[in-house]
Design a protein around this ligand. Structure first.
Ligand SMILES: Cc1cc2nc3c(=O)[nH]c(=O)nc-3n(C[C@H](O)[C@H](O)[C@H](O)COP(=O)(O)OP(=O)(O)OC[C@H]3O[C@@H](n4cnc5c(N)ncnc54)[C@H](O)[C@@H]3O)c2cc1C
Ligand SMILES: *[C@@H]1O[C@H](CO)[C@@H](O)[C@H](O)[C@H]1NC(C)=O
Ligand SMILES: *[C@@H]1O[C@H](CO)[C@@H](O)[C@H](O)[C@H]1NC(C)=O
Ligand SMILES: *[C@@H]1O[C@H](CO)[C@@H](O)[C@H](O)[C@H]1NC(C)=O
Ligand SMILES: *[C@@H]1O[C@H](CO)[C@@H](O)[C@H](O)[C@H]1NC(C)=O
Ligand SMILES: *[C@@H]1O[C@H](CO)[C@@H](O)[C@H](O)[C@H]1NC(C)=O
Ligand SMILES: *[C@@H]1O[C@H](CO)[C@@H](O)[C@H](O)[C@H]1NC(C)=O
Ligand SMILES: CC(=O)N[C@H]1CO[C@H](CO)[C@@H](O)[C@@H]1O
Length: 504
C-alpha cells in the first residue's frame, strides 16, 4: 500500500524536529518570525503573552493556529509582511473583527495573518455621497459617523462590532436591505493590495469588484472601499412583532409562512418593511421605515389573511423616536460606542443557510419540512436556533450575474445555527446537517440548492459549496483568481476560490 498523505506529513514533521536549524531557515514559525522581526513589524506568535488576544475569535469550534499575527500599522507593513510570506511560501489571511462564523480570518493552520484593526480611517465625499472606509473599520462607529455628520445610511449587518469589509464582501443582509440592496450591492469600489504587494482599485464594471462582491478575501487584502450611501427621508421607524398564538402546529406555521410569501411575491409588502420569521416561536419580527399609517395600510390585509389560518394572531407595534434609535435596537448598543462594542464570548457553533428565490418559492411541503427538521433535535449538548429573513424587495430587480455571490431574485434567506453547550461534540457537524437533511433534500427536488457566503456551511465539499454560493458565476471567479492571485497566497481558508482546473 502506498504511504498516505498524513503518513508522509508525519515523517516530514519528525525530520523537522530532528534538524531545528534547517527548520528555521525554511517555513517554520521561527523562520517567518525572523523575517517579520527583520522588517521591524509588530507581531505575535504562540509564545507571546499577546497571543490569546491576537487570536480571539467568535468561532471556537475551529482551530486557530496561524504561524504569526502581524499588527499592520500602515501599508508598508503589509508590503513587508507579504514579502516575508512569499519567501517562506506561507499563505496569508486577513483578520479584522474576528466574527467569521466559519473561523476564516485565521484560516488554515500555519497562515500568516495580517490584522487590519489599525486601518480605521473614514471620510465622506459630499459630491458623490460615497463613504470611504478603511479595511479595519467596523459597523457601529462607521454608521454613527455617517449618521451624525451627514444624516445618511448604508445597509449593514446586524452586529455593531462586526467588520465592515468582511461582512460586505460576504453579502451582508440587514434590516434596510429590502430598500437599499445588500451591503455587497453598495460597494462602489475596493482598493486591494495583491499578493505581490501592488495596489489596485477595483472600480465599477471591473472583474475584481465583481469578484469582491461575494468572494473578496480570495483576491487580496482590502485596504479600503467606497460605499454608496442613502438619504433617510423619514427620520423615524417602528418595530413590530406578529405572533400566531400559543403553540401553533407545524401546519399552521407553514401556512402562515406561505401567506407572507404570497404577499411578498405579489409586491404587497413595501420595501420599507423588514421581516424575520423565527423558527423557534414562529413570530415575525421586524422594522418599518415609513409612517405608522403606511405600516397599518400594508399590514392590515396580511393580518386578515393570517387570521384565516390562526385566529389568535396578534400584532404589537412600537413607534420609535428616530431612525437612529432603530439602528441601535436592530444592531446593538455598540452602535453608540467608539469601538462598536466588543467581540463578546466565543461560541462553538456550526451554521447552515439556504436561499429561496421568487422563481422557485417555498412549497407547503418544503415549509413544513423546515419547521419539522428544526423541531426534531433530540439531544441537549447542542441547541439550534434559526430564522428566515424576507429578502425580495430590491433583489427582485437584480440578476445572478450582477455579483459573484449570486443573489438575483432572492426571496428568503434561511439560517440555522447549532450551538454547542460549552464545547463541540465530535459528531456535531454531521448531526446538524442530518437534522436539516429532510429540508435540504426537499429543496433539491424543485431546483439547485442556493446559499449565502456569510452564513455558509463550512463542511460541504467543493462541488456543493461552489454551486450553492456562486452557481454559474464560479468559472469566471476562478479565471479572476488566476489573474489576481496566481500563487494562491490568499487561499488559506475553506471557501477560497481555487484556480481553474486545466486539462493536462
Ligand atoms: C454578532 C454577529 C452578527 C452578524 N450579523 C450578520 C448579518 O446581519 N448579516 C450578515 O450577512 N452577516 C452577519 N454576520 C456575519 C458577518 O457579517 C461575517 O462573519 C463577517 O465576515 C465578519 O467580518 P469581521 O471582520 O467581523 O470578521 P473576520 O473574521 O475578521 O473576517 C471575516 C472574513 O473576511 C475576511 N476579511 C475581513 N476583512 C478583510 C479585508 N479588509 N480584506 C480582505 N479580507 C478581509 C477575513 O479574512 C475572513 O475571511 C454576523 C456575525 C456576527 C458574529
Ligand atoms: C524575499 O526574498 C527576496 C529575494 O531573495 C529578497 O530580495 C527580499 O528582501 C526578501 N524579503 C524579505 C522581507 O526578506
Ligand atoms: C421593539 O424593540 C424593543 C427593544 O428591543 C423591544 O423591547 C420591544 O419588544 C420591541 N417591540 C415590538 C413590538 O416588537
Ligand atoms: C385562541 O385563544 C382562545 C382564548 O385564549 C383559546 O381558547 C383558543 O384555543 C385559541 N385558539 C387557537 C387556535 O389557538
Ligand atoms: C435522534 O434523532 C436522530 C435523527 O435525527 C435519530 O437517528 C436518533 O435515533 C434519535 N435519537 C434518539 C435517542 O431518539
Ligand atoms: C450544559 O452544560 C452544563 C454543564 O456541563 C450542564 O449542567 C447543563 O445541563 C447542560 N445543558 C444542557 C441543555 O445540556
Ligand atoms: C502584481 O500582480 C498583478 C496581478 O497578478 C499583476 O497584474 C501585476 O503585473 C503584478 N505586478 C508586478 C510588479 O509584478
Ligand atoms: C487609526 C489608528 O489606530 N492608527 C494608529 C496606527 O498605528 C500607529 C502606530 O502605532 C498609531 O500612531 C496610529 O494612531
Amino acid at each position: 500500500m502506498a504511504p498516505t498523505r498524513s503518513f508522509i506529513l508525519q515523517v516530514v514533521s519528525s525530520l523537522l524536529y530532528l534538524s531545528p536549524e534547517w527548520v528555521l531557515a525554511q517555513t517554520s514559525p521561527g523562520g517567518i518570525a525572523t523575517c517579520l522581526q527583520g522588517e521591524g513589524l509588530q507581531f505575535s506568535t504562540s509564545s507571546d503573552t499577546t497571543w490569546t488576544t491576537a487570536t480571539a475569535a467568535l468561532q471556537l469550534r475551529v482551530l486557530r493556529e496561524p504561524s504569526a499575527v502581524v499588527f499592520a500599522q500602515d501599508r508598508d507593513d503589509i508590503v513587508a509582511a507579504l514579502s516575508c510570506a512569499r519567501n517562506a511560501s506561507v499563505k496569508v489571511s486577513t483578520v479584522n473583527r474576528g466574527h467569521s462564523f466559519q473561523g476564516y480570518a485565521f484560516g488554515t493552520p500555519g497562515n500568516l495573518v495580517i490584522d487590519l484593526k489599525n486601518f480605521t480611517a473614514l471620510s465622506f465625499d459630499a459630491s458623490t455621497n460615497e463613504l470611504t472606509v478603511g479595511g479595519g473599520t467596523n459597523v457601529g462607529p462607521t454608521a454613527k459617523y455617517l449618521w451624525d455628520n451627514h444624516h445618511r445610511h448604508f445597509p449593514h449587518v446586524r452586529g455593531s462590532h462586526v467588520g465592515m469589509l468582511g461582512s460586505m464582501m460576504g453579502g451582508g443582509f440587514g434590516t434596510t436591505t429590502r430598500m437599499f440592496g445588500s451591503p455587497m450591492d453598495n460597494l462602489a469600489s475596493v482598493e486591494y493590495m495583491l499578493a505581490n504587494g501592488s495596489l489596485v482599485t477595483a472600480g465599477a464594471g471591473s472583474d475584481l469588484l465583481w469578484a469582491a462582491q461575494g468572494a473578496g478575501p480570495s483576491f487580496g487584502i482590502a485596504l479600503s472601499a467606497k460605499i454608496r450611501t442613502h438619504a433617510i427621508v423619514h427620520d423615524g421607524a417602528l418595530n413590530y412583532t406578529i405572533s400566531l398564538g400559543s403553540d401553533p402546529s407545524i401546519d399552521t406555521v407553514a401556512s402562515a409562512l406561505l401567506r407572507i410569501q404570497e404577499f411578498a411575491l405579489d409586491n404587497q409588502l413595501p420595501d420599507e418593511l423588514s421581516l424575520r420569521f423565527m423558527l423557534g416561536n414562529a413570530q415575525s419580527v421586524g422594522y418599518f421605515y415609513g409612517q405608522e399609517a403606511a405600516f397599518d395600510r400594508a399590514m392590515t390585509p396580511l393580518l386578515d389573511s393570517l387570521r384565516s389560518i390562526a385566529p389568535n394572531v396578534t400584532l404589537r407595534k412600537n413607534v420609535l423616536a428616530s431612525f437612529w434609535e432603530s439602528e441601535v435596537i436592530s444592531t446593538g448598543i455598540g452602535m453608540n460606542s467608539p469601538t462598536g462594542g466588543t467581540l463578546g464570548a466565543g461560541r462553538f457553533m456550526h451554521i447552515q443557510s439556504w436561499v429561496a428565490t421568487s422563481d422557485n418559492p417555498l412549497s407547503a411541503k418544503q415549509a413544513s419540512s423546515l419547521f419539522e427538521s428544526h423541531r426534531s433535535r433530540n439531544r441537549t449538548d447542542l441547541t439550534n436556533s434559526g430564522f428566515l429573513d424576507l429578502w425580495a424587495g430590491t433583489s427582485l430587480r437584480t440578476a445572478d450575474s450582477d455579483t459573484s455571490l449570486h443573489q438575483g431574485k432572492n426571496l428568503w434567506l434561511i439560517r440555522v445555527d447549532g450551538v454547542g453547550n460549552g464545547s463541540w461534540p465530535t459528531d456535531g457537524v454531521s448531526y446538524m446537517q442530518n437534522l436539516m437533511r429532510p429540508f435540504t433534500d426537499s429543496l433539491r427536488v424543485t431546483g439547485p440548492l442556493r446559499s449565502f457566503v456569510n452564513y455558509a456551511d463550512s463542511d460541504l465539499d467543493l462541488d456543493e459549496w461552489s454551486a450553492m454560493l456562486y452557481g454559474s458565476n464560479f468559472a469566471r471567479l476562478q479565471e479572476i483568481k488566476a489573474a489576481m492571485d496566481p500563487s494562491e497566497m490568499f487561499s488559506g481558508y475553506g471557501h477560497a476560490i481555487p484556480l481553474p482546473s486545466r486539462a493536462w
